[in-house]
Design a protein around this ligand. Structure first.
Ligand SMILES: C[S@@+](CC[C@H](N)C(=O)[O-])C[C@H]1O[C@@H](n2cnc3c(N)ncnc32)[C@H](O)[C@@H]1O
Length: 148
């Protein structure tokens, strides 16, 4: 019998839809801390530069968690760009909204509950894309498959 654990089966982010308030708070703390680590800041800056994210763009942040990447992206797309962050976790979306309230990017970001496997968002309308870029930072996993 193969006893190798399935990739992602022990991920803290395997199912974030039913987090208790304490679990949500713990994940938010981890995500916010990780995002401030020097190596992370450098890698993210390079990644976002490679994506050529800049002023005026509309960016979809898939699996936005606490919204820390979305806030970073929003600073790049200002003054008139927009970021939409989606995550299946109601608790993480609530935290992302709270952490973004009263910041310099509050009016540039919308957070919505959503699963990337069933995006409720129109990504293409006629010849014009709704988003210039879609990013997925960190790792997304579900019970059967690994996404990203
Ligand atoms: C490792 S966290 C990364 C959060 C954020 N991108 C960051 O780097 O700080 C992975 C996130 O993906 C979300 N996620 C998991 N499955 C998802 C799915 N099917 N669609 C969209 N987001 C998902 C989780 O709720 C979690 O917030």
């Amino acid at each position: 019998m193969d006893e190798t654990p399935k990739y992602g089966s022990s991920s803290l982010f395997r199912d974030t839809t039913k987090l208790t308030p304490d679990e949500a708070q713990d994940l938010v703390r981890r995500l916010e801390l990780r995002a401030k680590v020097d190596d992370e800041v450098t890698a993210r800056a390079e990644y976002l530069s490679l994506l050529e994210i800049g002023p005026g763009q509309r960016v979809l942040d898939i699996g936005c968690g606490s919204g820390v990447i979305a806030r970073d992206v929003a600073r790049r797309v200002q003054p008139n760009g927009r970021v939409v962050g989606i995550d299946p976790s109601p608790a993480l979306i609530a935290a992302a909204r709270e952490l973004t309230t009263a910041t310099d990017v509050e009016t540039s970001i919308t957070f919505r509950e959503g699963d990337c496997r069933a995006l409720p968002l129109v990504v293409r309308q006629g010849k014009r894309s709704i988003f210039d870029s879609a990013d997925l930072c960190g790792r997304l996993v579900d019970e059967g498959d690994c996404i990203g």
